[in-house]
Design a protein around this ligand. Structure first.
Ligand SMILES: [Zn+2]
Length: 116
């Protein structure tokens, strides 16, 4: 789980080239781009909002090009993903907290990958 500090650093980095590493779309009805047909979540895989119980919707997705910005060379095995899609509360409820948990779906780049 990312700390708020690393999240800030993360946002700073992707802010330099957002069109290459991040697709942000929060206008309702938007669909993420899936690099592969396998490993996509079904509707049942996406949980309800922890705070209001309402549906979550696609907010943004992170593309693997991000790895270059993190200069990851020696941790290839631990970053074996095709895309990460983040879902947030459709109603953008406050939930009484300043920092809300989001739901992220990680699509692995290797179809043969197994969960340990
Ligand atoms: Zn909510």
């Amino acid at each position: 789980m990312m700390t708020e500090k690393s999240w800030a650093s993360f946002q700073q980095r992707i802010g330099k080239a957002p069109e290459q590493v991040l697709r942000y779309c929060r206008n309702g009805g938007a669909k993420p781009l899936w690099p592969m047909s396998s490993g996509q979540p079904s509707k049942a895989d996406i949980p309800k909002c922890n705070y209001c119980g309402g549906p979550l919707c696609f907010e943004f997705q992170i593309l693997p090009q991000l790895l270059y910005y993190f200069s990851v060379n020696n941790e290839v095995d631990s970053l074996d993903w095709a895309t990460i899609v983040a879902y947030t509360c459709e109603a953008s409820c406050e939930g009484g907290v300043a920092y809300k948990e989001e739901y992220a779906w990680v699509q692995l780049s290797s179809p043969s990958a197994t969960v340990p």
